[in-house]
Design a protein around this ligand. Structure first.
Ligand code: PBG
Ligand code: ZN
Length: 321
C-alpha cells in the first residue's frame, strides 16, 4: 500500500525530503534611515522596525551581522522635500550618506538602493507632476541621476521602484556612462497599486499628497500584464526581476518564475508584516510558525530572493532549526 506517511515519520526524515528551503543569504532586510542625531524612532504600524539616524546605525548593523544577514535595502527619509525631489540625487542626501557610512563600516554588506522619488517629493508621488498628471519621460533623467549618485555612494545594486516606463533602460545607460557597468539592476517589475504599502508610507513619510499611484503602479487584477512588464525590463537590461507585494501575488510570482530564467525577487511588504505582527501581539497566531510558512510560500511560488521586515527573525529561527 502506498503510505505517504512513511516520509513524515521523524524530523530527520522530513528534512531529508524537504523540497524547499529558506537561505539566510537570500534574505534582504529593509532599513529606514532618517536625518538628525541620536534617533531610533519606532514605526507604530510596524512593531520591531525603527527609523535610525546615521549615528545610531551601528547598533542595528551589529544585530544584522549577529544574525548573519548580509543584504540590506536602504530607504532614506530626507528632512527637506521639494517638487523635484532634489535630495534624492544630492551628493550629501541622507541616502547617499547612509550608504557611504554603511559600506565604510561594513564592507561585507550588500547594499541595495531603492530608487524612487516619493520619499523626496513634496507631493509624495514617484515621478514629477504637472497639475494632477504624473510625468513619465521627464522623470527618467532624475531617476538616472539618483541611481548614479547612489552607485557613487557605494550601492552594490540599484533597485528602481517608481514604475515609470523605460526607467530600466535609462538607468542602465546612465550607470554605464558613469562607469558603473558592473552594478546590476533589480527592477520592481511587477509592482502593484496595493493597499499593503500603508505602513511603509508611514515609515518613509511617502504617502501621495493627492490622488493615488494607480496610473503608474499595476492594476491588481492583471497577471499577463506583469509578464509584459518583466519582458520589457529584461529587454531594457534588468538583471533581477521582482514581484511586489508577495503573499497576495503568489500566482504572479509563480507565472513569472516559470516564464523567465532570471533571478526572481519578492517583496513581503509592510502591510503583510503589520498583519502578522498585529495578530501575533493579540496571541491569535504563533508568529514564528506563520512567518516561516509565509517565507516557504514565497519560495515555493518561485522566489529566489525574499525582501522582508522579518529577515532578522527568520535568520535567527533558521539557526536553531
Ligand atoms: C517607493 C516604495 C514603496 C515601497 C517600496 N518602495 C512604497 C510605495 O510604492 O508606495 C513599499 C514597501 C512596503 O510596503 O514595505 N516607491
Ligand atoms: Zn515611489
Amino acid at each position: 500500500m502506498r503510505r505517504m506517511r512513511r516520509l513524515r515519520s521523524s524530523g530527520a526524515m522530513r528534512s531529508l525530503v524537504q523540497e524547499t528551503r529558506i537561505h539566510r543569504q537570500q534574505l534582504v532586510y529593509p532599513i529606514f534611515v532618517t536625518e538628525g542625531e541620536n534617533m531610533k524612532n519606532p514605526v507604530a504600524s510596524m512593531p520591531g522596525i525603527f527609523q535610525y539616524s546615521i549615528d545610531r546605525l551601528d547598533e542595528l548593523c551589529k544585530e544584522i551581522r549577529e544574525r548573519g544577514v548580509q543584504n540590506l535595502l536602504i530607504f532614506g527619509i530626507p528632512a527637506h522635500k521639494d517638487e523635484r525631489g532634489s535630495q534624492a540625487y544630492a551628493r550629501d542626501g541622507i541616502t547617499q550618506r547612509a550608504i557611504r557610512y554603511l559600506k565604510e563600516q561594513n564592507p561585507e554588506f550588500l547594499v541595495i538602493a531603492d530608487v524612487c522619488l516619493c520619499e523626496y517629493t513634496s507631493h509624495g508621488h514617484c515621478g514629477l507632476v504637472d497639475g494632477c498628471h504624473i510625468l513619465n519621460d521627464e522623470t527618467l533623467p532624475l531617476l538616472t541621476e539618483m541611481s548614479v549618485s547612489l552607485a557613487k555612494a557605494g550601492a552594490d545594486l540599484i533597485a528602481p521602484s517608481d514604475m515609470m516606463d523605460g526607467r530600466v533602460a535609462a538607468i542602465r545607460r546612465g550607470l554605464d556612462a558613469a562607469g558603473f557597468v558592473d552594478i546590476p539592476i533589480m527592477s520592481y517589475s511587477a509592482k502593484y497599486a496595493s493597499g499593503y504599502y500603508g505602513p511603509f508610507r508611514e515609515a518613509a513619510h511617502s504617502a501621495p499628497g493627492f490622488g493615488d499611484r494607480k496610473t503608474y503602479q499595476m492594476d491588481p487584477p492583471n497577471v499577463r500584464e506583469a509578464l509584459r512588464e518583466m519582458e520589457a525590463d529584461i529587454e531594457e537590461g534588468a538583471d533581477i526581476l521582482m514581484v511586489k507585494p508577495g503573499l497576495a501575488y503568489l500566482d504572479v510570482l509563480r507565472a513569472a518564475s516559470q516564464r523567465f530564467d532570471y533571478p526572481m525577487a519578492v517583496y513581503n511588504v509592510s502591510g503583510e508584516y503589520a498583519m502578522v505582527k498585529a495578530a501575533a501581539a493579540q496571541g491569535w497566531i504563533d508568529e514564528r510558525r506563520i512567518v516561516m510558512e509565509n517565507m516557504l510560500a514565497m519560495k515555493r511560488a518561485g522566489a529566489d530572493i525574499i525582501i522582508t521586515y522579518h529577515a532578522l527573525d527568520v535568520a535567527g529561527w533558521l539557526e536553531d532549526e
